[in-house]
Design a protein around this ligand. Structure first.
Ligand SMILES: Cc1cc2nc3c(=O)[nH]c(=O)nc-3n(C[C@H](O)[C@H](O)[C@H](O)COP(=O)(O)O)c2cc1C
Length: 167
């Protein structure tokens, strides 16, 4: 798929078929994540693709919407807020770094014909416990990964000229 078609085809999908994600797609998605840039090349994150039904159910139970349990896989990105570059003001850059890595995953998944949906609406401490990880690691985002079982409705986006300007 052409890069710009991938960008335009990506939508947040909230209904999934149960078909598993092919291993070859996972391999190409992993490579796309590998090439993600990060501040000082520290890559302060780890991604786990959870296919185990029990663990998926626990993750889904920690999210407000039942549809998450339908997806055959859930991508979980964990960020390390100590071993990452810090801005001059002292703020850890981890949230930006994980955002880039996760979006590489999301766009690569789209190119594979797979669907995703960024999810951050959960209690981080509870999700850390589910994933059995401890400080300085935190589960900063998750996404279902699988084949779409929905045609997403058109939604309004902000006017391009209000969010992007050449000055
Ligand atoms: C950082 C981030 C967090 C999000 N968290 C959630 C979430 O918890 N649950 C959800 O259903 N969608 C979530 N979304 C998806 C947005 O609602 C969605 O991207 C937006 O409505 C635009 O729709 P589109 O992705 O189909 O273009 C999140 C998106 C981003 C980028």
């Amino acid at each position: 798929m052409d890069f710009y078609d991938v960008i335009k085809n990506r939508r947040s999908i909230r209904n999934y078929k149960s078909d598993p994600v092919p291993q070859e797609s996972l391999q190409r998605i992993a490579e796309a994540v590998y090439f993600a840039p990060s501040a000082c090349n520290m890559k302060p994150w780890k991604i786990k693709i959870v296919t185990d039904p029990e663990l998926r159910a626990k993750i889904a139970a920690n999210y407000t919407q039942a549809w998450l349990a339908e997806a055959p896989a859930i991508a979980v990105i964990m960020g390390n807020n100590k071993q990452c570059w810090e801005r001059f003001e002292g703020d850890p850059i981890v949230q930006i770094d994980i955002g880039i890595a996760m979006e590489h995953l999301v766009l690569a998944a789209t190119a594979e014909g797979l669907a995703t949906c960024w999810i951050c609406a959960y209690e981080i401490k509870k999700m850390n416990a589910v994933m059995d990880i401890k400080d300085p690691w935190n589960v900063l985002a998750i996404s279902p990964l699988g084949y779409s079982d929905a045609v997403p409705k058109d939604i309004p986006y902000k006017d391009l000229n209000k969010i992007f300007e050449v000055i």
